[in-house]
Every structure is written in C-alpha cells, then in structure tokens.
Design a binder for this molecule. Sequence first.
Ligand SMILES: C[S@@+](CC[C@H](N)C(=O)[O-])C[C@H]1O[C@@H](n2cnc3c(N)ncnc32)[C@H](O)[C@@H]1O
Length: 338
Amino acid sequence: MSLMTAAPAHIPVLVKEAIEALAVQPGGRYIDCTIGTGGHTAAILDKSSPGGQLLGIDADPEAIKVAQTRLEAYGDSALLVNANFADLEAICFKYDFFPVHGILLDLGLSSLQLNGNGRGFSFQHDAPLDMRFSPSQEITAADIVNTYSEAEVARLIYTYGEERQSRRIARHIVQQRPIKTTFQLAQTIQQATGGRHGKIHPATKTFQALRIAVNHELEHLETALKQAIDLLGFEGRLVVISYHSLEDRIVKQFMRRESSADKARLRLINKRVITPSEEEVQLNPRSRSAKLRAAERIINQREQYVMAREYTFSWEIDAGGWRRPGLLEKLRRAFVAP
Ligand SMILES: C[S@@+](CC[C@H](N)C(=O)[O-])C[C@H]1O[C@@H](n2cnc3c(N)ncnc32)[C@H](O)[C@@H]1O
C-alpha cells in the first residue's frame, strides 16, 4: 500500500537513501522522531509491510494532525505521538516500544511550518515572531528579540546563525524594539547589513539562529542521539538528516565518538556523508543543504560482559551492583530479536 501520492505539502528529502540506510525490512520496528507531514514515515511503513510497526513523534501538533490523516490507511501499524524527541526514551518506555530496528531523525522544519501562516519561521511571510514548534513552549522569538540584552542577542545570532555581522544586527534590533513581526525583523536586519550582498537573504542566518534558540534544537538533538543508542537493538540503525553545519557537526562528532572508542556502541555505515543528487536538488531546492549520516548498533565487550553477568550472577546485580534503573532491561532486550 502506498500513500506517497497524497499531495504532500512537504517534499521529503533523501527518502530512498534514508530507507536504505535504515535497512528497512518487513516486520521491522521503527521510530520516526520527526514525522512532519509523514513522507519518510509512509515510506518506512510501505517498506516494513507486512507486519512493520512505527512510532512517530513530532513536537508540532499541526504536523501530527496532517500526518494522522495521511497515514490513516496504515491503521495500527503507526502510532503517532505529539512530543519532543528529547524525551525519546521516556516515550518508548511509555509505549513499550523498544528495542527497535531503526531510528530516523529528519531535522529542522517542514514546508508546512515554513509556509504556514502565522508561525513566524520565514521572513517571506509576514507573521508574529513566534517560531515555536509547539505552542506549549513558553519562549517565542519575539520574547528573545525584545527582552534579551544586546550582548545576548549578538551572541545568539553569532553562535546559532554563524552570522559575522551579529553585533551590528543586535544593535539595530535593540534600537528598533519592540519588534513584533517577521517583516519588521527582516527590515531591521536589512538596514543593519545594508541589504543583500551574496546569494542568500541577509535575514537568513538570524532567522535560523532564533529558531534554533527558541526550540533548543541543538540541545534536544544531543539528548535524543544519546537516548537513541540505548533503544536500538543489535544491528539497529540510526539515521540522521541535517540541514545546516551546526546540526551536522553534532551528528558527525557523536557518531565518530560512539564508533571509535574501544567501548564503541556504533559502527559507521557510510564513512562519507550522503547528499542529494543533482536531480533531487533541482526537483526540491530545499534539499540542497541536506546531509545524511547513518550508523549501526553494535554490542561492545563491556555490554556483553554485563549481559553475561546478568545471567550468571543476577542475584549479585540485584543486590545493588547495578544502579541505573532500566539499563539492564534495555541490554537484555537488545539481545532478544523484537
Ligand atoms: C524536516 S521536518 C520532517 C519532515 C518529514 N520527514 C516528512 O517527510 O514530512 C522536521 C520535523 O521535525 C519536527 N521537530 C523538530 N524538532 C523536534 C523535536 N525536538 N521534537 C519533535 N519534533 C521535532 C518539526 O516540527 C518538523 O515537523
């Protein structure tokens, strides 16, 4: 069954490559941490049929609504949860959904959010400066722009936008306060930078920075990656698609670290990052900055030792030798085919 033709508002990126890297198989169990409008989700469900199961997560309740409609025909095979992937482990424990064969993170924004009226993510649509993935979050982009000190605004734009003119932009922002809409902010940035110099709009980096700050995107990514490892069964795959260098650096360093130590828990699937073909970029310009990295869960000697001890000397561990609740259970399950 394929629902891939159901008029997607968002064209999914590197779908074939993601499915391949996840090694999706019939009857497998998968987590899509960023369902968006459900493009990758549908592809995973198609490929894991018959018998596949999918847990889908998105912080944005609107995305969940769109995906729910799109994925209706998959029935019980898909369980969609409106939550933040920083809580991945808790979500999987709650729904008893581990270990899994694969976990996908397709980071950033969907076109639904970018083009959606009133979300404030884009300087091409006039809207209140919001930028929250979820309305349950407290801080909006307007709060940051209008209440943070000039130094804080500059630091944030520099760190999360890699914007060299961060101080000048921050100074103009503070002078123009209160700034309530995307157009007002874009105009302020244009004044600060003297308009467009290169290919990209002068507001691009500042908007990226604010969005990352509002949604704690980098912190949540690091948290989710750490939790993902424990949820993967033996030979389970972790696949991450990122869209800017800050995200990609975190993924790359994480996968390197976890695959190089003698206590390695991951093996890299591709030494080189996977990027979209020229054809894909032409069809979907939004894909041009995409980078896919993939790794496979391995069980290292230390974990094997713990497992062996659990079976041989379980009374000793129960008596207090092991203090991380849930870990033994995860390890035990990692050895048992789901
Ligand atoms: C690039 S889109 C995913 C598109 C999707 N793969 C598709 O094919 O339609 C990224 C999605 O991740 C969600 N997202 C970003 N950060 C999140 C987080 N920390 N927790 C949960 N969802 C998140 C966004 O709300 C957005 O819907």
